[in-house]
Design a binder for this molecule. Structure first.
Ligand SMILES: Nc1ncnc2c1ncn2[C@@H]1O[C@H](COP(=O)(O)OP(=O)(O)OP(=O)(O)O)[C@@H](O)[C@H]1O
Length: 441
């Protein structure tokens, strides 16, 4: 595996060092075709001249996550949020101009040796969220913000309502809220309110005593009792039948519940998390969901964003699940082809992360070439012209939203500063915040 240099210009001053290490050079400019190999051990990226960062971001996402990335910059570029975010997200190390050839040679040698060692051992980079299968992929600014919100909310006992489209990661958020709470050593019990057998829901949630109904040959604990000392996650809460809504409300208000056929009320110490992909306000208006229960459940709301609204996560997620399924099926881990990466980034993802996982799993099994192709992902047969036109608007909107989120993050919520990072007026900044439904930190 050769080391690569991606640069916006010819960097003669580094010839000596680079030729010693047999670097293969790629000069990136706006006319270049994106035909850079993705299977290298080390990638040195020179960002000192020409604005190649947008193109580089795209290329870097296509690289294998084990590749070590070293970035060359001019010191003032650290003030540029695009550059500093890029370094924070992807770089293993960076050097500032004037480049000291000796320091650079050491850094490159060290980086390459370590990357090769890791690739030989197939050891996951635990510091790299793209590689640790236990960690969610959170490369987009919006997901990083969401996970910071989880950190703040988790240690409290406040009920949380998690809202978002199907497959966006609501259960994952619930799991993280439990794992980062003081209840982490207690049970985490999930109930899918839409999937419980109609006649048994009451007993399922609250338990029953022996003989409470025909077939109740022994007493059985309900999910609330099982979650005592831990967390109860009520998925699809909008589907909870009306009579159970009353009982759940009582439990939330008083910490007490009655099991079916039981004489006395019981208590349990449970934190409630609930999730919904339906519009609960609509269900309240239609009389299908109780307003008082809604208020009780909705201590804090966490919204899981649609995958098409966080495109920075797509390639990371695809690479993660390529790794997971290649491993599971004992197959070689293959990189995504350029056209596969394009197709992934342009797909609207109506089924969100779950759809991505299904496409990737199929592709891993079906791929019979060196790379995973768009066809393997079943994203190859689209009407390209129509698709490009449609995706241009989506991409523009998404880029605008991401730039705003990054600016808010880096400026720590200070409007003046965030607007100046984006080179726009405060008024425009507020208009765009409103357009994308964003909040200041
Ligand atoms: N950021 C992420 N990183 C890695 N895996 C993720 C991420 N987000 C979601 N997933 C995975 O995607 C799948 C779907 O997520 P999850 O079940 O949490 O979605 P959901 O919103 O609860 O879906 P539903 O509403 O259909 O129940 C799961 O396998 C989950 O582990």
């Amino acid at each position: 595996m050769e080391p690569l240099l991606m640069a916006g210009f010819q960097c003669n001053e580094l010839n000596d060092v680079l030729s010693r290490l047999h670097f293969k050079l790629y000069y990136i400019n706006s006319h270049d075709k994106l035909n850079i190999p993705t299977n290298c051990a080390l990638c040195l990226i020179d960002l000192r001249k020409n604005d190649i960062i947008n193109k580089i971001q795209y290329l870097v996402r296509a690289l294998d996550p084990s590749v070590h990335i070293i970035v060359l910059i001019n010191k003032p570029q650290l003030e540029d949020p695009k550059v500093s975010t890029f370094i924070a997200q992807f770089a293993w190390d960076f050097c500032t101009s004037p480049i000291d050839p000796e320091r650079l040679a050491k850094c490159l040698g060290h980086g390459m040796g370590l990357a090769k060692l890791k690739q030989q051992c197939h050891a996951p980079r635990v510091d790299d969220p793209r590689q640790d299968p236990g960690q969610p992929v959170i490369q987009s600014a919006v997901m990083q913000q969401l996970f910071r919100q989880i950190e703040r909310v988790a240690p409290t006992d406040i009920p949380v309502l998690i809202r978002g489209e199907s497959g966006t990661g609501k259960e994952l958020v619930a799991t993280k809220l439990h794992q980062q709470s003081n209840r982490k050593n207690g049970p985490f019990i999930t109930v899918n309110c839409g999937a419980m057998a109609v006649g048994l829901v009451q007993s399922e949630l609250f338990g029953h005593e022996k003989g409470a109904f025909t077939g109740a040959t022994s007493s059985r604990k309900g999910k609330i009792a099982l979650a005592d000392g831990g967390t109860l996650f009520l998925d699809e809460i909008g589907d909870l039948p009306a009579e159970l809504q009353v009982n759940l409300l009582r439990f939330l208000q008083e910490g007490l519940y009655d099991c079916v056929g039981g004489g006395t009320s019981k208590s349990a110490d449970v934190r409630i998390l609930a999730a919904t992909h339906v519009d609960l306000e609509n269900a309240i208006d239609n009389g299908r969901f109780r307003l008082d229960l809604y208020y009780r459940l909705n201590g804090i709301t966490i919204e899981t964003p649609r995958l098409r609204d966080r495109r920075d996560d797509i390639i990371g997620l695809a690479n993660r699940f390529i790794g997971v399924y290649s491993n599971e099926y004992g197959l070689a881990t293959k990189p995504l082809s350029q056209s596969a990466s394009h197709a992934l980034l342009n797909h609207p993802w109506p089924g969100n992360v779950r759809e991505l996982i299904n496409r990737v799993r199929r592709a891993v099994v079906l791929s019979d070439t060196q790379q995973i192709s768009a066809q393997n992902l079943e994203l190859g047969g689209i009407d390209k012209k129509r698709h490009i036109a449609l995706s241009l608007k989506t991409l523009k909107d998404s880029a605008e939203k991401q730039a705003l989120q990054q600016a808010i993050l880096i400026a720590d919520g200070q409007v003046e500063l965030a607007a100046s990072y984006l080179d726009i007026s405060r008024a425009t900044f507020y208009r765009l915040i409103d357009k994308h439904g964003l909040q200041l930190i």
